[in-house]
Ligand binder design. Structure first.
Ligand SMILES: Cc1ncc(COP(=O)(O)O)c(C=O)c1O
Length: 419
């Protein structure tokens, strides 16, 4: 690259070049200084390139980006994917889920909160969900001002037991929030049937279920609204926090778009009391690129689950059971083990990292004691919390690594082995 001493001149030149390119690019000089970004780059950062030079109120094109840590981050994104194309992420993700709308927000928790508000949930209402979930499902119900009411999960599948729904419904019940836990869909047909008969909204917590399917329908698309998390560890993870609500209801989508960004229909005129829950542009860019790989990663996860089933068949572990006619996406691979903690210690000793999702159901969490539930109220959830163990699961997991896990779990049970 020619020596360019004047940054403004360099930016003008670079922009002139990138505007001639069919695809969006960042332009970096030979010391990796950010000189300019293409139209796409500025869309991601919310600034029109035409405005970004000289005449703009906030010039986002200059030295603010010339910071070593930031430069490295942008370089990492650019190096992996060469172009930033995440501004199309919302429409791409809606298509992926089989819905007409997707609204990007800053976390799965925010997605749940806004979905509940868009469904009309508010103070005085009750919302039925499960205690065997990540705490955010329950927290979001309270953020909306409603009271969480629990029903137990089904043994083996660990998702909402539809047979228990009817007796949890009261005149105050407004919505049902099934959770597609671990990437396994909840039994949606009977849940939707109960909801329809009682005039209740259904909001799917699909935060662990990107691309998961129930009888050919994608998780998130079956209820009134579906909520996703793009926390980095999720099957589709951002470069930081992120989330989305998907729906086929245009009016609810519009409301959520307003609620995520201060309820402004006209700039600085606030129709609703709202939130700053916007999706960060960089996250949208990263997610837009990663989404293209998700189907491949999901199939790899499913393949790893098949390999686990083969190799763990003669071990103490009880394997996860796929519900008939579903596509489980194995966000986590969870087995059941009596004496779980002893097995876990053995795996740790062998250098195998494991997790417990989740050791305490929400109704027994110290923070939620005032909901008034006692131990024994939800025996299936409580039993699962004692026995579940999450084994390593990621698309690149090798058969040899699975064999290492199987070898530990094939040993005599901890209780039976000599001390
Ligand atoms: C089932 C479930 N619901 C909600 C959430 C909340 O998502 P986030 O962490 O993006 O707020 C998570 C995230 O772990 C989750 O697993």
């Amino acid at each position: 690259m020619t020596q360019l001493h004047d940054l403004a001149e360099a930016q003008r030149l670079a922009l002139a070049i990138v505007d001639t390119l069919p695809e969006p690019f960042l332009v970096l000089d030979d010391t990796l200084h950010l000189l300019a970004g293409s139209r796409c780059f500025y869309e991601v950062f919310g600034e029109d390139p035409a405005k970004a030079h000289g005449r703009s109120l906030f010039d986002l094109s200059g030295g603010q980006w010339d910071i070593p840590g930031l430069r490295q981050l942008l370089m990492a994104v650019a190096a992996q994917h060469t172009r930033l194309e995440g501004f199309e992420f919302e429409s791409d993700f809606a298509r992926f889920c089989g819905t007409s709308e997707a609204i990007g927000v800053n976390s799965g928790t925010s997605a749940l909160h806004l979905a509940l508000l868009a469904a009309g949930v508010g103070p005085g209402d009750e919302v039925i969900t499960v205690p065997y979930t990540f705490v955010a499902t329950v927290a979001a119900i309270e953020y909306a001002g409603a009271r969480p009411v629990f029903v137990d999960v089904e043994p083996g599948y660990w998702t909402m037991d539809p047979a228990q729904l009817e007796r949890a419904i009261t005149p105050r019940t407004k919505a049902i929030v099934p959770v597609h836990l671990y990437g396994q869909p909840a039994d949606m047909d009977p849940i939707l049937d109960v909801a329809r008969r009682h005039g209740l909204a259904v909001i799917e917590d699909a935060c662990q279920a990107h691309g998961s399917e129930y009888k050919g329908r994608r998780c998130g698309s079956m209820g009134d609204l579906g909520c996703f998390s793009f926390y980095p560890g999720k099957n589709l993870g951002a470069y930081g926090e992120g989330g989305a609500v998907v729906t086929n209801d245009g009016a609810k989508a519009r409301k959520i778009r307003l609620l995520r960004a201060w309820g402004e229909e006209i700039r600085y005129e606030h129709t609703y009391r709202a939130f700053n829950y916007r999706m960060d542009g960089v996250q949208g860019a990263v997610l837009g690129v990663k989404l293209k790989y998700l189907e491949g990663w999901t199939e790899a996860r499913r393949g790893r689950a098949t390999e686990y089933a083969r190799q763990l068949a003669d071990t103490a572990a009880r394997l996860p059971v796929e519900r008939p006619a579903v596509r489980h996406v194995y966000h986590v691979y969870v087995v059941e083990l009596d004496d779980r903690d002893a097995w876990r210690a053995r795996l740790t000793d062998a250098g195998v990292q494991t997790g417990v999702h989740y050791p305490i159901p929400v109704h027994l969490q110290p923070a939620y004691r005032d909901l008034g539930y006692q131990a024994g109220a939800f025996p299936v959830s409580e039993g699962a919390a004692r026995r579940v163990l999450s084994l390593p699961m990621f698309p690149e997991l090798t058969s040899e690594q699975i064999a290492e896990v199987a070898a530990v779990l094939r040993a005599p049970t901890p209780a039976a082995s000599p001390a």
